[in-house]
Design a protein around this ligand. Structure first.
Ligand code: KG4
Ligand code: ZN
Length: 334
């Protein structure tokens, strides 16, 4: 089959990104403009500001990406875009840009679910094989997926309340270490000690998660310390918190692999950058002879490269859109 070059656009949250990806597996060029510095001032993503920033950057990232790849539009076979889930105003900027490119240059338009993108980020490192279990951990999701075959998703568990990334960000805010919290807490956790006792959430037999109780326990602990005038050891709290997260995530993930008798695990989403979670899962999978795939660090958080990778498989499965494509903020993968 002829090589397929997809130009992909991602703008679902606070990164404006464009990439050209070959055959769903090779990153030809990626340009990502992050808005983190702006949102840090407010302690989290401000949707209105995010969409305005996307409007400012979208044309630039597309032009820069083509330039970096040394490509012209006639060398592109299809346009792909994230159409959900995400912030509606942010998504719309990418969707409108993609529709325009598709119409003007007469290229097929491929619609991609952001979470499928996170999963297929793994295909940029190593060709994905099936069946597999995918652990999707991000700012908005904590899901366990069973993929019997290519581009088929069955949700077998998910969070009943907060997503794990959201919980990291909240804990970071409470202990005053800024936004986004994940990378900072991860670093602090690597130097602290397990001093504080925190509840292990939802230790049942399901594949579901719950993080709101853990989040509240950390908030209460920090407030109680403050009221008593005691000094909170932030590194130790980060370690205590992360240990609980690692334990519950690895326990449920390994259970899913056993129950479904699957020998392949794929980890995906922004929180898959977490060194503690990655290392623990790598260790457990090694013990049990399970093939584990984690994305390259640069493909863990939001980027268009992963959208270009997923788009190749979406195209093969007929996820083609037209000029009526709209943003779907609450889009589900299954
Ligand atoms: O996938 P992503 O970029 O956006 C969503 O699709 O939600 O994930 C962002 C989330 C944020 O909550 C951020 O704190 C978290 O990923 N994150 C991490 C780490 N790096 C990013 N969480 C834990 N440890 C990290 N090293
Ligand atoms: Zn994401």
């Amino acid at each position: 089959m002829k090589d397929m070059y997809i130009l992909a656009i991602e703008s679902s949250c606070d990164e404006t990104s464009c990439a050209i990806v070959k055959n769903g597996e090779e990153d030809i060029a990626t340009i990502t403009m992050s808005q983190i510095d702006i949102h840090t001032l407010y302690g989290g993503v401000v949707p209105e500001i995010a969409s305005r920033e996307h409007v400012k950057c979208i044309t630039l990232v597309i032009e820069e990406c083509l330039k970096k790849a040394n490509f012209t539009m006639d060398m592109i076979d299809a346009i792909a875009v994230t159409y959900g889930p995400g912030l509606v105003g942010s998504l719309l900027v990418g969707v409108e840009a993609a529709k325009t490119l598709s119409l003007v240059y007469n290229k097929p338009l491929i619609k991609v679910n952001h979470m499928a993108g996170h999963i297929y980020a793994n295909n940029l490192t190593k060709k994905m094989e099936y069946p597999l279990v995918a652990l999707v951990i991000s700012g908005g999701h904590t899901d366990l997926m069973y993929m019997k075959d290519e581009y088929t998703f069955e949700k077998i568990g998910g969070t009943l309340d907060d997503a794990v990334g959201e919980c990291y960000d909240k804990v970071a805010r409470v202990i005053g270490v800024g936004y986004p919290g994940g990378p900072v807490i991860d670093k602090m956790a690597s130097i602290g000690k397990h001093e504080y006792s925190l509840p292990l959430p939802l230790k049942d037999d399901s594949y579901n998660f719950s993080f709101s109780g853990l989040k509240s326990a950390v908030i209460n602990l920090a407030h109680n310390c403050e009221q008593r005038g005691e000094e909170l050891n932030k590194e130790n709290l980060a370690t205590s918190f992360q240990d609980v997260v690692i334990e519950i995530i690895s326990k449920k993930t390994m259970k899913a692999l056993h129950d479904y008798n699957v020998k392949r695990l794929v980890v995906a989403g922004g929180v898959s950058a977490n060194k503690g979670i990655r290392n623990k899962l790598i260790e457990l999978c090694k013990e049990e002879n399970i093939d584990i795939s984690v994305p390259d660090f640069k493909y863990c958080t939001d980027n268009a490269t992963m959208i270009g990778a997923a788009a190749y498989f979406a195209y093969m499965h007929g996820d083609i859109a037209d000029e009526n494509l709209n943003a779907v903020p609450n889009l589900n993968l299954v």
